[in-house]
Design a protein around this ligand. Structure first.
Ligand code: HEM
Ligand code: HEM
Length: 176
């Protein structure tokens, strides 16, 4: 299997990016909701740091994934069963990427506006001042974009099922 995409099938690297992101997100989203319910403690701080580390890693993975996508064709062959279908698929994919960036960046900005320093894996950074109003705003963005992501992923999986059951086109083979 080639590491590059073709018009028929995603390459090894795109497949790895897709499934690593999937596995990490199905852990990270419930992990985030679990975190909010915890009382303030050392354990909570440790878990929050893990949540942040995973989130920043997803940000980098998605950034590399988009750079890779830019140099590769999308496997869109054989997807057109009705007019506008490719547009809907592309819009869904675009919004999925947008949500991942919005969630990770709003999470980062929430912490930075709390006046905290963050470890960005390759460097550390902090604003050295706080603004709790902005911190709250970015946290709201963090929460609502998570709801949007859940809706989009549900739609995405629903589309794959429709492809299998109605169009019978084995779309999953392109990414597995
Ligand atoms: C967190 C969950 C998921 C996210 C964020 C996600 C995201 C994406 C994105 C962004 C693409 C477009 C790739 C590109 O061309 O850039 C894609 C393609 C695809 N995904 Fe997912 N995905 C998720 C889960 C799943 C699951 C569970 C399945 C299988 C049931 C699946 C099946 C597919 C298929 C078949 C394609 C190719 C679609 C096409 O070529 O039109 N995805 N996914
Ligand atoms: C794709 C990656 C991420 C996902 C899916 C995610 C998901 C979530 C979810 C679902 C919550 C619970 C929201 C609520 O109901 O109140 C949450 C909370 C939180 N997230 Fe994220 N998050 C991600 C990345 C990040 C990043 C990069 C940061 C910071 C650098 C971050 C910081 C936080 C903080 C501080 C909380 C709240 C803890 C609290 O104050 O109770 N998240 N996250």
């Amino acid at each position: 299997m080639s590491i590059f995409n073709s018009h028929k099938e995603y390459g090894l690297l795109a497949k790895l990016f897709h499934w690593i992101t999937f596995i990490v997100l199905i852990i990270q989203i419930p992990f985030g909701f679990y975190l909010v319910g915890l009382e303030f403690s050392d354990r909570r701080i440790d878990l929050e740091n893990i949540h942040i580390l995973i989130g920043i890693t997803i940000f980098y993975i998605t950034l590399f994934r988009l750079i890779w996508k830019f140099f590769n064709p999308s496997a869109t062959d054989g997807n057109s069963f009705f007019k506008g279908q490719i547009f809907i698929a592309k819009a869904n994919h675009f919004l999925l990427y947008l949500c991942i960036f919005t969630i990770t960046i709003s999470g980062v900005l929430k912490k930075l506006y709390m006046g905290e320093r963050l470890n960005f894996l390759f460097f550390e950074y902090g604003f050295n001042q706080d603004n709790f109003l902005l911190a709250d705003t970015f946290y709201e963005v963090h929460i609502y974009t998570n709801y949007l992501l859940i809706a989009l992923v549900t739609l995405h999986i629903f589309a794959v099922i429709i492809h299998h059951v109605v169009f019978k086109d084995k779309i999953l083979n392109k990414i597995t």
